[in-house]
Write a protein that binds this ligand. Structure first.
Ligand code: NAI
Length: 392
């Protein structure tokens, strides 16, 4: 089968297995180039390990520090002539690369919110990997079935209190237009907190502690975002930001619980990047396109793997106290939030329109990165070649 991208809005419904492998290999090379992470993790559990920041964390732990990794993701296998989702192929590629190195690497595909998945992970850790010294929580999910009540919650991306109008970009066509988002209802806010807040992270930590599967001195980290003024109404002050507030508060509670065993919980605030999760957030594609342009021109652009490389080497395992801001958060969004970067982003945001997109935003870079999420656009991959059935 010859596989081409089929884009539907902010989704691509196909994925290229050979390209997804190339993506994993490229990330492994990046981490390897930095050498071994002294004092890095030995055994890691990663929730949300198949794409984006979670996959990059898994690669940093395994190939930067020789860690055995157990990963959980929620991906779609191939069926009836339809390719699998990219995280499926990336997980296969990761496991094969780890096996070549003699590293333990096991992955579960299913719902990390469910008690059944938690029980499976506990069983696997007890039987094979043992207590972990790193627990990464990198879930980005649209819905959650609560494991106790059975209630289904859906997350929304909306402002709170009043509607919000601003520019938005259709990153496929390059058209800049205005969009208005209605204010969320209190129920929508609560539902988003249920999905993207810290309750499930805490459930995982409680269970791992109860089962003695967190090693003494273990670290757990979850990912958050803050961002600039232009995205505040829909992101940080919106439904998703309220969930991130909850996640950040959870980190403090978890640290208190883990302290007697020498452990700590962190939230790392990461850079805005093209991932499947962020493509769905209104205004983000335009902001990210402008940000890419500014950061590339300044020579400080990073992708997920560069971010996780810095998180592991310069923050979590730099030796000594982990540097945090006044709220106790790790900041690897420091370059994104630099005054000179944000001043230029603001300037371009004010004037950007469809006509000036090329000069004021890196829409092409956004589009390229979007396609790469699905394994398209990697050098050395022959996209005109038939992909054998056994790879699909
Ligand atoms: P992503 O969409 O690339 O990855 C999400 C991961 O969660 C995938 O591995 C997916 O399979 C997994 N997943 C989703 N639902 C699941 C479920 N029910 N059970 C098990 N696994 C499930 O997203 P991304 O962007 O890497 O997001 C990860 C975290 O990083 C999120 O908390 C996000 O808010 C945060 N973040 C993202 C930023 C961005 O610009 N992309 C910036 C800063 C933080």
């Amino acid at each position: 089968m010859i596989i081409e991208p089929k884009i539907r809005g902010f989704l691509c419904t196909t994925a290229h297995p050979v390209g997804c492998r190339a993506s994993v290999e490229e990330q492994i090379r990046h981490i390897r180039a930095g050498g071994q992470i002294a004092g890095g993790p030995r055994k890691a559990l990663i929730i949300g390990s198949s794409t984006g920041y979670g996959l990059a964390s898994r690669i940093a732990a395994a190939f930067g520090s020789g860690a055995g990794t157990l990963g959980v993701g929620f991906e779609r296998p191939a069926e009836r002539g339809r390719t699998a989702s990219p995280g499926w192929y990336q997980t296969v590629a990761f496991e094969q690369a780890a096996a070549k190195e003699g590293l333990y690497a096991k992955s579960f595909n299913g719902d990390a919110f469910a008690n059944e998945m938690k029980a499976e992970v506990v069983k696997e850790l007890k039987q094979n990997l043992g207590p972990v010294d790193l627990f990464v929580y990198s879930l980005a999910a649209p819905r959650r079935t609560h494991p106790v009540t059975g209630e289904v919650y859906r997350s929304t991306l909306k402002p709170i209190g009043q509607s919000y109008t601003n520019k938005t970009l259709d990153f496929n066509t390059g058209v800049v237009s205005e969009v208005t988002l209605d204010a969320a209802t209190p129920e929508e806010v609560e539902h988003t907190v249920q999905v993207m807040g810290g309750e499930d992270w805490e459930m995982w930590v409680d269970l791992l502690m109860k089962e003695k599967l967190l090693a003494p001195g273990a670290i757990t980290v979850a990912y958050s975002y803050i961002g600039p003024d232009v995205t505040q109404p829909v992101y940080r002050n919106g439904t998703i930001g309220t969930a991130k507030d909850h996640l950040e508060k959870t980190a403090h509670r978890l640290t208190a619980k883990m302290k007697p065993e020498g452990g700590s919980a962190y939230v790392s605030v990461n850079k805005a990047l093209v991932t499947q999760a962020s493509s769905a957030i209104p205004f983000m594609p335009l902001y990210i396109s402008i940000l890419y342009k500014v950061m590339k021109e300044k020579g400080i652009h990073e992708g997920c793997i560069e971010q996780m490389n810095r998180l592991f080497r310069d923050r979590l395992y730099a030796g000594g106290k982990v540097p945090t801001d006044s709220e106790g958060r790790i900041r690897v969004d420091d370059w994104e939030m630099r005054d000179d970067v944000q001043a230029e982003v603001k300037k371009f945001w004010a004037t950007v329109d469809t006509e000036h997109l090329g000069a004021e935003a890196d829409q092409r870079g956004y589009h390229t990165d979007f396609l790469r999420l699905f394994g398209f656009g990697f050098a050395g991959v022959d996209y005109s070649a038939d992909v054998p059935d056994e790879l699909i």
